[in-house]
Design a binder for this molecule. Structure first.
Ligand code: ATP
Ligand code: SF4
Ligand code: MG
Length: 330
């Protein structure tokens, strides 16, 4: 396998009454080894359900209706959608792990940090002794720049700050040396200075550990700071995908242009200067044409009738918009 993860034609459905509705529509993603890949888009566009599908954690009644998710695991290529629950549990945490938005709710309030780090380790290394686990846990806390690791091991979640908790979540997520880390809005709950520190920390750890990261965010500023490649999601589809530098210098899709105007500057005082007018249509309630048509300043008649295809407009740069056809034809 060339890539670490290859998602092909992924479709996710849910049930509304007796009706099946599509929440994610024919998504293709290829994640290279040792790459940081950004997934960006507004609320409800399908970022988190894509991550849940990779982890085999889609909540009922959501399900994968079609597609494949192939993963280059340590013991060979695996089709994640065909693994049993037990096999998937083994992959989770050991080879693919996840950091969520809310560190407060991710750590269990009634157990110490040490107990939770040991649990993550012992699940995948049942024979490991307490001494060795403690050594590894301390080393991980040290790596994520926790100032007093010994004291922190004995602490409970409520005794720690949001930034510390998120560092601990990163330590737990990386403790088994996963090949892929899914980070779903890992810094949105934190203040801006801490956000920047956590993002830099994740980048450093990625370099040291050869881990690929899928960084999910609604903020292109976070992508600019941390990622090499990016896919822009809108209403359950990819609308633009490219190397990050290419996306920022040759932005093609009107939606991406809107997101760029809305970029918050990390470390800056001003936040959310601009928001794209209108809202993402609710899951499954999409028109047959371009799903961005209602909000697009450049919408043409054709856009309401036909769905634009995702086409390669420059090497490695894909865009789903009729304006690009015009430019290619001109
Ligand atoms: N448990 C669920 N039951 C029913 N619908 C769901 C469930 N989880 C997500 N959805 C729907 O799936 C669609 C995609 O949701 P998803 O959580 O992936 O969005 P997102 O891009 O991660 O948004 P956000 O930025 O708010 O986290 C939305 O229409 C959402 O309402
Ligand atoms: S296809 Fe039309 S409506 Fe959709 S983004 Fe392009 S110009 Fe706008
Ligand atoms: Mg989400």
């Amino acid at each position: 396998m060339d890539h670490l993860l290859e998602i092909r034609n992924l479709k996710i459905t849910t049930l509304r009454g007796k009706d099946k509705v599509y929440l994610l529509d024919s998504v293709d993603l290829s994640i290279r080894k040792k790459c940081s890949f950004g997934v960006v888009g507004e609320s409800g566009c399908g970022k988190s359900i894509t991550a849940s599908a990779i982890l085999g954690l889609l909540p009922y009644p959501l399900r994968v209706a079609e597609g494949s998710i192939r993963f280059d695991s340590r013991d060979g290529e695996k089709e994640l959608l065909k693994l049993s629950r037990k096999e998937m549990r083994q992959v989770r945490g050991e080879e693919i792990s996840m950091i969520f938005q809310e560190p407060m709710t991710s750590l269990d309030p009634i157990f110490t940090v040490e107990m939770q780090m040991f649990e993550a380790l012992s699940f995948h290394h049942p024979g490991m002794g307490k001494g060795e686990m403690r050594e590894i846990a301390l080393e991980m806390l040290h790596r994520v720049n926790i100032p007093r690791p010994e004291q922190t091991l004995a602490s409970y979640a409520h005794q720690l700050s949001g930034g510390q908790l998120q560092r601990i979540m990163i330590a737990i997520a990386l403790i088994n040396n996963p090949r892929l880390l899914l980070a779903d809005e890992p810094t949105t709950a934190l203040d801006v200075t801490i956000q920047a520190q956590i993002l830099h920390l994740m980048n450093d750890l990625k370099e040291q550990r050869d881990t690929s990261i899928i960084m999910i965010t609604h903020d292109l500023g976070v992508i600019a700071e941390t990622c090499e490649e990016v896919a822009v999601f809108y209403a359950g589809q990819i609308v633009e995908q490219a190397q990050v530098v290419e996306l920022f210098t040759h932005t093609a899709h009107p939606y991406t242009k809107g997101l760029l105007r809305a970029v918050t500057s990390l470390g800056g005082a001003q936040r959310k200067l601009y928001t794209i007018p209108g809202i993402v249509p609710p899951g499954g309630q999409w028109s047959r044409g371009c799903r961005f048509a209602e909000r697009c300043e450049q919408c043409m008649e054709k856009c309401r009738e036909e769905m634009p295809a995702l086409r390669e407009i420059a090497p490695g740069h894909f865009c789903r918009c009729f304006l690009q056809d015009r430019e290619v034809e001109a």
